[in-house]
Ligand binder design. Structure first.
Ligand code: RM4
Ligand code: NI
Length: 287
């Protein structure tokens, strides 16, 4: 059994879902997985990253995300130093603001991890020295807020985390290697979905943005996102609808239209399928 690091052992007892852990150097640790996710920024030295299915050489500036279930470890360390940012993807509002409209965000958090093995880690984010300096400054800000824990630290730390994530995602968007660019194109099609939720979106549009053949796009999308582009769009629409149901008093039909459904009965059916409750029942729970 691979040990699983527990939230209760690594997060503050107040439950705030972000932690910064510096490793300088990274000591031998052993293969493990987490109840949380990790952003890893390599700050110095060399080493081998073991992911349970493969192993990859690490060097300064390499930045990647480890989802909770993915076992990993470091071997052959030669002065390897790194920063871990532990976060709970369920509690952290990753959908905040317009992050989702940044192709690099999807590439960094979803696509690269899913393609790591096939791309042999070649589509990882590699920060330039200047980008590394800026990232570490943002990590410092985040860590200060977390250490001081003054009233309002939650808002400040969340803001710092968003800055860091946005900065890293933008860096990813600048990647020039062909494999990363492929991921960015898929990221672009996902962002297009996010930004145009309410409009009728055709598969052809998405195929065009992705720069792939239709067949290849659909296969690639399903492989990575675990669902077809159309079902993904429905999921997004339902997610946005639930937000509107929770936070506004607008009539259900209006919400259905607002998130891109042209028929409110169809909306209610899809909603019940996904959420297990009718829109009305769902709203009641929050009022
Ligand atoms: C370890 C190692 C692990 C990380 C924990 C928090 O030293 O870096 O990957 O999950 O710290
Ligand atoms: Ni770890």
């Amino acid at each position: 059994m691979i040990p699983k690091l527990k939230k209760q052992d690594w997060f503050h007892e107040d439950g705030f879902p972000i932690v910064v852990e510096r490793r300088d150097p990274q000591e031998p640790f052993g293969l493990h997985c987490h109840e949380f996710s990790e952003i890893v920024i390599i700050t110095g030295g060399k080493g081998l990253h073991i992911t349970g299915e493969d192993s990859y050489e690490l060097s300064v500036g390499d930045t990647f995300v480890i989802g909770g279930d993915r076992p990993h470890d470091y071997l052959n360390m030669d002065q390897l130093s790194l920063v871990n940012i532990l976060f709970d993807p369920i509690e952290f509002p990753m959908s905040m603001a317009d992050l989702q409209s940044l192709p690099g965000f999807h590439a960094l958090f979803t696509l690269e991890p899913a393609w790591r093995k096939r791309h042999q880690f070649t589509s990882r984010l590699q920060l330039t020295p200047a980008e590394l300096v800026e990232s570490l400054r943002l990590v410092d800000d985040l860590e200060c807020e977390l250490n001081d824990r003054k009233p309002g630290f939650g808002a400040m730390a969340t803001a710092a985390m968003l800055q860091l994530i946005t900065f890293l995602s933008r860096c990813y968007s600048l990647s020039r290697n062909p494999k990363s660019k492929r991921l960015l194109r898929i990221g672009d099609s996902i962002s297009h979905l996010q930004r145009n939720l309410a409009q009728p979106i055709s598969l052809d549009e998405l195929v065009e943005i992705s720069g792939m053949s239709r067949r290849n796009f659909i296969r690639t999308f399903e492989d990575t996102m675990g669902t077809s582009p159309i079902n993904y769009l429905i999921e997004l629409r339902i997610r946005e609808a639930s937000r509107l149901l929770r936070t506004t008093d607008r009539p259900i039909t209006e919400i259905a239209f607002e998130v891109g459904f042209s028929d409110s009965n169809y909306f209610s059916r899809q909603f019940r399928n996904a959420v297990g409750l009718s829109p009305r029942e769902y709203r009641k729970q929050f009022h």
